[in-house]
Design a protein around this ligand. Sequence first.
Ligand code: F6R
Length: 615
Amino acid sequence: MCGIVGYIGHREAYPIIIEGLKRLEYRGYDSAGIALFDGTDLKVSKTKGKVLDLENRVSSEISTNANLGIGHTRWATHGVPNDINAHPHYSNSGNLVIIHNGIIENYDSLKKELITRGYTFKSDTDTEVLINLIEDVKLKENVKLGKAVQIALNQVVGAYSIAVFDKNKPDEIVIARLGSPLAVGIGDDEFFIASDASPFIEYTKNAVYLEDEEMAIIRVNKGIKIRKIKDDTLVDPYVQELQMNLEQIEKGGFEHFMLKEIHEQPNAIKDTYRGRLLVKEGIIRMAGIDDNIEKFLNANRIIVVACGTSWHAGLVAEYIFEDLARIPVEVEYASEFRYRNPVITSNDVVIAISQSGETADTLAAIKLAKANGAFVFGVCNVVGSSIARETNAGAYTHAGPEIGVASTKAFTTQITVLTLIALKLAKAKGSISNSDYRYHLQELELIPEKVAKALKSDEHIKQVADIYKDARNCLYLGRGYNFPVALEGALKLKEISYIHAEGYPAAEMKHGPIALIDEQMPVVVVATKKGHYEKVVSNIQEIKSRKGKIIGIVTEGDIHVKELADHIIEVPETLEPLSPLLTTIPLQLLSYHIAVMLGKNVDQPRNLAKSVTVE
Ligand code: F6R
């Protein structure tokens, strides 16, 4: 959580940092701040609220002709979101300035120790403790900033990516990383620092990603020097070429990133299977699976670890892997798995699913699985992310940057990758007939145009949204492959509209939730033709008899649900294992329109952040 940006070089730092912070707001947006140094004056401006509030404040508060600066957009951990707790923080002398993404877990004992040494604190943050610890070390040990940062970090327990500078040494920024991402853009005698590469892609395509437990001293004219924080070993910077471009991270005429990303799904799914799904040849080509096929085929079971929407994609994978490839699957919340002493053996294959590739709990679950000898395969969207690097092998989803906090195209592209893997393994195991295999390949290739067709119901969905926007509660039901879709639909609604919503397997309704149903209760039922249709129709009857309002997500041409439901939204017909790729679409649009009608901040819902790098 939190986004950090820094610049040192010959350009004006302010526009780079402010624009960069806007691109990183998906990481947190409860307060923002900036520190600029023009060689004489250090100006720090911070505010509760969004980067736009910071921008308004800065224009009236500080001069902007500085070539050195750092900025921060916050998702509060220690201390409420307010002006004082916003970053940057500076040391008691006023010389050292820091921005920090992460948590210092032993901040309390460090703070007490610093107080006995005469330090005072303005904020409630762990970050102000860290910058004073660095200052204390620097003065006590009479060392340069880089060394002081290193010694201080060796006393710290927790997670961080930080950028620090000393106003007495304006040609240098010191950065460090443990558990939170940090990228450095390398220009001509200029350096860009950011939580991901999006803030600097128009300036340079060359980036170095710091690994955990590494720090770097960046000096204009002298370059970047990377060291291990623990033992001082020098590390050769590995410069990667970035594939991202500017258009991918702009709204492209849509009102919100979420809407843009919903509409990008036909292309995103195509990008996911491009070069992998070779229908004519009857081949699925995935290097990460090809190179490790024996591990999968000999696995006792597959354990999926993930959080949130990615966990829902994992649940779809459970159905599809067991159904097609006949491999037992367990789907685990990464946060539970990592702490419950799970039984893991070297015959287990773990699949970790994560859009951001930075989710702290998923990362910890991966480390635990690896330590117990399991083979870990990553399904990530963000190239070069921590999870992509920590796993033994993997497959990217190639969805392009997802900026809306509510996950949409990440979900459908994760399912696409998982479907490709399941089909590939099913073929290798012989658990699917050749004709069925070919049929699935052909149908998967058609999914993008069917998603495009499902998106055409947008206007109708908007009308349905208008009718139910004032509901206080909502139920989502589905069976089989559409049960995870029901969970995902409910999550989408609650996270962006703040309407309470629950997803259930349709038949479970009788075991409790049915008590909630009355004429006020909208019930979204995913009832496609192939997904236990008759049984779901019976569940719809049960809701109808209790006067619930029914919104049916049905296959084109449906007649039975149409007779019972108050509204139906059609999706094209497909094979049952592929149906989540279509039934998800109207649920995303329904949530989107309700949230917009309620005036909610769709791209940045309250209390959330895109990348959950704290546990
Ligand atoms: C919901 C959502 C979250 C994420 C979850 C995991 O719309 O986006 O539930 O799915 O925080 O994030 P990743 O996939 O980045 O590990």
